[in-house]
Design a protein around this ligand. Structure first.
Ligand code: MN
Length: 388
């Protein structure tokens, strides 16, 4: 029995790696839907290879081009945000891989859960922003959310078979990114080219900058709270520069389970697509001779303030993680567009957290309103910083 998969965000780093996994296992998977925001050239190429039932191009300007390129096939072509949300309703989709970037993934993810599709979640921002709504809706609809994020996949693998054994705490490992050990003076002048050089992982631009600023780990702390129903005090972060141990669970008897492997996103991706089975793979294997030492250190949250800000948002709850996420998205793109320096990313986030209306029990509309308000405010601040 093939699993029928929809990949939202098929041309990004996660999307293309998911298609590699599917290409290697054609007897296990069928691609039902793929989508991209702007990259219509690659979307068409993928469609011609994987022959999905339908494709969605987010940016409507490219609709006609995609339509023309696929006119000799029976592949349906849709465009726009609404279409992306609705496409997950297709009867023959078993699992939706959410691999788009940022807040834009929220609506399609919620709709997929409403239509009882299993979720392989790579779009961590959706859980950060609205983890309460998503997990509640998933429970009501009997939907499982399989983590794709390597740390959360590690935790998920460690707790398999431990259903009745409560978690005492978890350790999310962090590589520390390209700026590990650097001081504020260095970071003030850090270039985007340097920020985009991740030592271990090959990922998209947004997450790579998040990784350099430790915001990625901050978002993952919040993601972990929702995936595993943990309190903030149970979620710890430890820097592990080799990225071999992907995360650790400590149980109530003090025993710790860690999940290890080479840093390759295809591994957690494949597990999310095949759980509870493990498929034989040809991924490179770990070699002890290459890693004579695995080391650990505490994160430097004085220099990298984003991690502290994320814990603060997590403890405040309500719409505060949504504020954190929206401000961060604007700040990261401002940094990538040379409008602000690396350290100012934290300044933008902190300012937004201090000045945005706090809502303890937000409804879905409140999240959209908060997101809109914070983006507007963050953009104003970024433009002001850029002109100073
Ligand atoms: Mn991760």
């Amino acid at each position: 029995m093939k699993k029928h998969i929809a990949i939202l965000g098929s041309t990004g780093s996660i999307g293309t790696q998911a298609l590699e996994v599917i290409r290697s296992n054609p007897e296990h998977f069928a691609v039902e839907v793929i989508s991209a925001q702007n990259n219509y050239v690659q979307l068409v190429r993928q469609a011609l290879e994987f022959k999905p039932n339908a494709v969605v191009i987010g940016n409507k300007e490219h609709y006609q081009l995609v339509k023309n390129d696929l006119s000799t096939t029976s592949i349906k072509v849709f465009a726009g945000e609404e279409a992306l949300s609705q496409i997950v309703e297709f009867d023959n989709i078993d699992l939706v891989l959410t691999a788009m970037v940022g807040f834009s993934g929220l609506k399609p993810t919620l709709n997929a859960i409403r239509y009882k599709k299993q979720i392989a979640l790579a779009n961590k921002e959706t859980l950060v922003v609205a983890g309460d709504l998503i997990t509640k809706l998933a429970r009501e609809n009997g939907v499982n959310i399989y983590p794709v994020d390597s740390e959360h996949s590690a935790i998920f693998q460690c707790i398999a078979g431990e259903y009745n054994n409560p978690i005492e705490c978890i350790y999310l490992t962090a590589s520390g990114g390209p700026f590990r050990g650097k001081n504020k003076k260095f970071l003030e002048n850090a270039t985007k080219e340097a920020a985009l050089q991740h030592p271990n992982w090959d990922m998209g631009n947004k997450i790579t900058v998040d990784s350099a600023s430790l915001m990625n780990k901050g978002l993952e702390v919040i993601e972990a709270k929702w995936l595993f129903a943990l309190k903030p005090s149970q979620i710890k972060v430890i820097v592990h520069p080799q990225s071999i141990i992907h995360s650790i669970v400590q149980f109530e008897d003090g025993s710790m389970k860690a999940q290890m492997g080479l840093p390759d996103m295809k591994l957690p991706l494949q597990y999310a697509l095949t759980y509870p089975e493990r498929l034989k793979s040809a991924f490179p294997r770990f070699n002890f001779a290459d890693y004579p030492a695995l080391t650990f250190e505490q994160p430097d949250t004085k220099t990298f303030r984003n991690l502290k800000l994320a814990y603060k948002a997590l403890e405040k709850e309500g719409n505060m993680p949504c504020v954190l996420n929206a401000a961060n998205e604007i700040a990261v793109y401002a940094f990538l567009n040379d409008k602000i320096n690396f350290l100012q990313i934290s300044d933008v986030i902190e300012y937004c957290m201090e000045t945005t209306n706090f809502i303890l029990k937000p409804a879905l509309d409140d999240y959209f309103e908060t997101d809109r308000e914070v983006r507007h405010k963050a953009n104003e601040l970024v433009n002001k910083m850029g002109s100073d």
